[in-house]
Design a protein around this ligand. Structure first.
Ligand SMILES: [Zn+2]
Length: 190
């Protein structure tokens, strides 16, 4: 029997991901197709991993007093659809049907407000540290799954720095696009 895929999209939910609902979302504009996946990195505090602070941040329950850096982001209400931890575990915060708040002021191929029509995927990481191989594996499988569910994404993968140049630098120079695209190609053609 063929192995069941690790991930599946059902009603805007990624089956195979842990669900941690975030209140930070709203509706996509009427009639908007999902047509772009945006890759980010995030770590809290910066360049430190684990601790659960990103999850708390996206769920508006981060204790801002725990670290001086947290005070610099105090009160910010953001989210992404997905977060891929250093362990490769995938968490979902916002249903794909809804608009997550990850891109900010942004533009892709002349089309502004990328949050309206994109899926945001955060990798736990930073601009100056390599990502884990298991993160590439999860990202590959998740992206292949999303491309099947939302075919317009097939041609449209971007980094946050691509859609908000000069303002954002993630996923950063340590994110290996060639490796990711090669893995994705191999995964989809196996
Ligand atoms: Zn970002």
């Amino acid at each position: 029997m063929p192995q069941a895929p690790r991930f599946q999209v059902r009603d805007g939910q990624l089956i195979g991901a842990s669900q941690l609902p975030s209140p930070n979302f709203n509706q996509r504009p009427e009639g908007t197709d999902i047509q772009l996946a945006v890759i980010h990195n995030i770590s809290l505090p910066p360049s430190q991993f684990g601790g659960g602070y990103i999850e708390q941040f996206f769920q508006n329950r981060l204790d801002w007093s725990l670290h001086p850096y947290f005070q610099s982001i105090e009160g910010m209400q953001v989210s992404a659809h997905l977060l891929i931890l250093r362990s490769g575990e995938v968490l979902q915060f916002v249903n794909f049907h809804d608009r997550a708040w990850h891109a900010g002021r942004s533009s892709y191929m002349g089309k502004k407000e990328c949050n309206d029509y994109s899926i945001g995927i955060e990798l736990e990481g930073s601009d100056d540290l390599p990502f884990e191989q298991v993160q590439y594996e999860s990202l590959t499988e998740v992206t292949a799954c999303l491309q099947q569910a939302y075919p317009k994404i097939q041609q449209h993968l971007a980094g946050h720095s691509d859609i908000a140049p000069g303002r954002k630098t993630d996923p950063g120079p340590c994110f290996d696009w060639v490796k990711f695209r090669n893995q994705l190609h191999h995964f989809k053609n196996k």
